[in-house]
Design a binder for this molecule. Sequence first.
Ligand code: PNW
Length: 462
Amino acid sequence: MTKNKSFPENFLWGSATSAYQIEGGHLSDGKGPSIWDVFCMIPGKVHQGDTGNTACDHYHRFREDVALMKQLGIKAYRFSISWPRVLPAGRGAVNQAGIDFYNALIDELLLAGIEPWVTLYHWDLPAALEFELHGWLGEGIADAFTEYADLCFQHFGDRVKNWITINEAWVVAILGYGHGVFAPGIQSPDLPYLAGHNLLKAHAKAVQVYRQNYQPQQGGKIGITNNCDWREPLTDSPADQAAAERALEFFLAWFADPIYKGDYPAVMRERLGDRLPSFTPAEKELIQGSSDFFGLNHYTTMYAADASENNAAGSVYGNGGLSADQDVNLSVSPDWALTAMQWAIVPWGCRKLLQWITARYDNPPIYITENGCAFDDQLRDGKVADLERIAFFEGYLGAIQEAIASGVKVEGYFIWSLLDNFEWASGYSKKFGITYVEEGTLRRVPKASAEWYAGVIAENGW
Ligand code: PNW
C-alpha cells in the first residue's frame, strides 16, 4: 500500500447520523409516529425490545453534540430530518416545533463552521402513510415524499446546500419488504422491486422540484445515496466472475443504472421479467440524470460464486438481496478480520468498488456518505482506546487514496457514526465509539486524547 497520506485539497471530511437513531424525543412537541416507532413496539422485532424513544437524546442535547463535532474538527455533518417530526401525518399540517428544531440545529452547525448535509429519508416513514398509502408500495407515496421534500427546501434551503433524497433504497426495499427484518416488516419475494421502483420515482420527483423551484436561487446540490458491498469472484472461472458482476448489478446498478443510464440493468429485466416494474418514457427521462453526485455507503466485501446449479441459500432470502433471483452464493474468507457486526474488513474491496462505479458510470463525483465499523469498547483510564477502529480507518482511507490516485473522483468522506446509536433491529450495544448505553440513555464517553492516538499511530508505523 502506498504511504502517501495526502487527500485532495478540498476533500470534505465529515461524520454522519440519522434522526431515528439519535434524536429520541420520539413523540415530543407534536411529532407523529414513524414506522420505526411502531415496529419497535412489536415484540421480537428489535433486539431486547430496544427503541429509539430516547436514543442519544440529541433532540434535547444537540448543542452539546455540535460542540463535540467542533472539537473533533469535522467540516461537514450529515444528518437526516424526521419526516413525521415536521409533518406528523406525513402530509398536510406542519408541526412548527419540528421546523424550529431543525432550524436551530442548522444554525448551530453554521455557527460552528460545519456544513450541513441533509438526508430527507433515512427510513422513518410517517406511520400515517403506511396505513393510508401502504408506504413505499403505494401509488401516492412519490407525491407525498415530494410534498415533504418541498417543505424542507422551502424552510431550510437558504442554509442547506447539500441534499440527499433517499438513504439506501436497497436496505429499504430488501430488508423492509423482502426479508422483513426492518420496518415495515413485510416478507415477500416480489414487493422489494415495487418498493424500489417507488423510491426511485419519489427521488426523481423531489429532485425535479428542487431543480425547478429552488436550485436556481439557492444554488445547492442534490443527489441520492445508495449502499453497496464489493463482490469478489470466488474463483477466476467465467461463471464466478459473471456471478460477482450480477450480484453488483442486483445491489447497486438496480438503483444507479436508472439514474445514470435511464433504465434497470438488463440482467435484472432478464431474470425478473414482469416482477420488475417498468418505467414509462416520461419517468425514464425524469429519473435519468437526477443526481448531482454519487452518494455511496460502503461497509464490507464478500466472495460471490455462481449458484445456478446449487443455490446454497435454499430460499428466496440471502444476505445479498433475494438470492434465488440472482443465483449467487456469498461467502467470506476465514482470513478476513470481522467487526463486531460480523462484517469483514477488506479495504481493497472498497477500492475495487470505487473503480467499478467510475468505469460503469463514467467517472461521477463520489461522496462516501458512510463508512465505519463497530467494535467493543476498550476503556483505558475511562476513555475509549479504539485501536481496531484506527486500524480500520487506516485501511479504508488508504484504499480510497489508491482509488483517487487511479483516477476515481472521491470528493468527501463521512464516518458512520458520530455517536453510538440505535442500530435498527440490533438495538443498542456498547460496541461503538463515543458513547454507551446506561440506564436507558446514552452517556457520553470521551475518546482517548489526540496525543495518545498519535503515539499509537507512530508506534505501529501507520
Ligand atoms: C446503514 N446490510 O445500514 C445505515 O445507513 C445506517 O443507518 C446504519 O446504522 C449503518 O449502515 C450500519 O448498519 C445498513 O444488511 C444496514 O447490508 C444493513 C445493511 C447495510 C447498511
